[in-house]
Design a protein around this ligand. Structure first.
Ligand code: P6P
Length: 343
């Protein structure tokens, strides 16, 4: 029987090889602790999600988040689980969440560390009450400024500055997907043992695909390059692409990205003219950046259509961005169509 490698062993072996220990690895002890704590929080969230109606956790809370979206009870529960799990460990300087307006400073009663943790505690909330996969997305950076103070400015670093990123998808399996800059690994939760077990390493996204993910109901609002790309996919074998395409849209970014990491594809939530002042619907810091890095680490690409997502210099914590990510050759084609249109 092949030996089972737990998340803990995976992280310790990376830490052992870390630069701190004279190795080439990339997981200093405090980062290993952070990732184990986040994984433990995801296990708790998975338990709450799995209970569904039996746990009295479905439905809307009586509140709105910073985005003006009605919060689901599970949104708030997941946010609280992540805050409570991480605030006392001494590894964090501060946290930021889709569900909170400002940053969350580590309380003075706890030691402060150097890491900045950003998360969407429960992405895909519209799917919670209809029992469709949802997930937690997280991104880790290092506070670069000296001294004890932490501000929102400390979080506003390009996605290239991430030191770890991942998500946990709560679906038929609960699977944690993680990168620390050395490729992408997947860990499946063994509920009997209560531990995440390594089930895939060196995840690779095929450079070509015949599957696209976009919310087609927005078609009349898209910019011309997006319309051109999708219409060519729909034209199939007899069209310019010379092959048929399939479509998927789960309306849960974590589930759509997990499918793309597993079998390829292209995911698009582009700018559209419904709210022309907004660059897109998805958030840069805790959705597009972590997912973009994971996809790049698996050999894919992540673009706004006109620039690499990870190169964007953020100006606001909750800023939105247009997202095209997945199979490299498809993302490059969409970017080419944008460039041709601009000419
Ligand atoms: P729409 C979920 O609310 C989310 O932020 C992403 O997870 C998902 O990809 C997208 O919005 C779905 O948006 O407009 O299709 O409901």
């Amino acid at each position: 029987m092949t030996q089972r490698i737990s998340l803990t062993r995976y992280l310790i072996e990376k830490q052992r090889g870390s630069r701190d220990a004279g190795g080439e690895g990339t997981i200093p002890p405090q980062l290993r602790l952070l990732l184990e704590v986040v994984a433990r929080a995801c296990k708790s969230i998975s338990l709450a999600v799995t209970k569904g109606a039996l746990g009295g956790v479905l439905g809307a809370a009586e509140s709105e988040n910073v985005q003006g979206e009605i919060q689901k009870k599970l949104d708030i529960i997941a946010n609280e689980v992540l805050i409570e799990a991480n605030e006392w460990g001494g590894h964090l300087a501060a946290m930021a969440s889709e569900e909170m307006e400002g940053i969350y400073l580590v309380p003075n009663r706890y030691p402060q560390g150097e890491y900045l943790l950003m998360f969407d505690p429960l992405d895909g909330s519209s799917n919670i009450d209809v029992n469709v996969s949802i997930g937690t997305i997280f991104s880790v950076m290092v506070k670069k400024t000296e001294g004890p103070g932490v501000s929102e400015q400390d979080f506003l670093q390009p996605g290239t500055q991430q030191v770890a990123a991942g998500y946990c998808v709560y679906g038929p399996q609960t699977t944690l997907v993680l990168t620390v800059g050395e490729g992408v690994a997947m860990f499946t939760l063994d509920r009997e043992q209560g531990s995440f077990v390594l089930t895939q390493e060196n995840v690779r996204i095929p450079e070509d695909t015949q599957e696209f993910a976009i919310n087609m109901s927005n078609m009349r609002h898209w910019a011309p390059p997006v319309t051109r790309y999708i219409e060519e996919c729909l034209a199939g074998k007899t069209g310019p692409r010379g092959k048929d395409f399939n479509m998927r849209w789960i309306a849960s970014m974590v589930a759509d990205v997990h499918r793309i990491l597993t079998r390829g594809g292209v995911f698009m939530y582009p700018w559209d003219q419904r709210e022309p002042g907004k660059p897109g619907k998805l958030r840069l810091m805790y959705e597009a950046n972590p997912m973009g890095w994971l996809v790049e680490q698996a050999g894919g690409a992540a673009s706004t259509g006109t620039e690499r997502i990870l190169d964007i210099q953020p100006s606001q914590l909750h800023q939105r961005v247009s997202v095209v990510l997945g199979s490299k050759n498809e993302v490059e084609r969409v970017a080419r169509y944008h460039a041709e249109h601009q000419k």
